[in-house]
Design a protein around this ligand. Sequence first.
Ligand code: GDP
Length: 192
Amino acid sequence: SSGRSTGVNNGENSEGPDAKNLRVKLVLLGDSGVGKSCIVLRFVRGQFDPTSKVTVGASFLSQTIALQESTTVKFEIWDTAGQERYAALAPLYYRGAGVAVIVYDITSPESFAKAQYWVKELQKHGSPGILMALVGNKADLQEKREVQVQDGIDYAEKNGMFFIETSAKTADNINQLFEEIAKRLPWPSSSS
Ligand code: GDP
């Protein structure tokens, strides 16, 4: 398949000459407990269920969204499944990834520091063209906030990342996160 360098692929055209089915591998990074699994479950199944630790990490969950008319994007989402400490060193985890979503918890400065660590690891070891998104999750917990919105914005801007605050609990900005990623990916142009 083409697109090995960017991790972004043109799929089969099964719905007519103008239909495009794009797909991309997305890896999740961030401290344990920041809500990575909950974000994926909210996006893929439309529910918030903190008790069901799914086996996302065994392979991946996928979800397809519409990007434009007759263009769809299939996200192949890889979660660390509790292997946060080793994820950055696992070549299989990153191989072919077009997107890395780095998640922290807005009530935890430690998780924000850890997110910055993951960004540096990706800048060192990730594929050069990888799109990075910084996500401040648990935005519903405003009264417990310890990481300011502006801190997320500033860090993301400095590192050329997309930034958004989400809540897997209320579903706030979850779909927007994936839609904005889909729009920003360097899809191969179809010059046919
Ligand atoms: P992971 O270890 O990063 O995959 O984190 P989980 O998805 O397992 O979430 C850890 C805990 O954080 C869960 O038990 C949820 O109760 C809680 N959580 C996740 N997302 C949110 C959120 O958006 N808001 C709130 N209030 N809690 C959340």
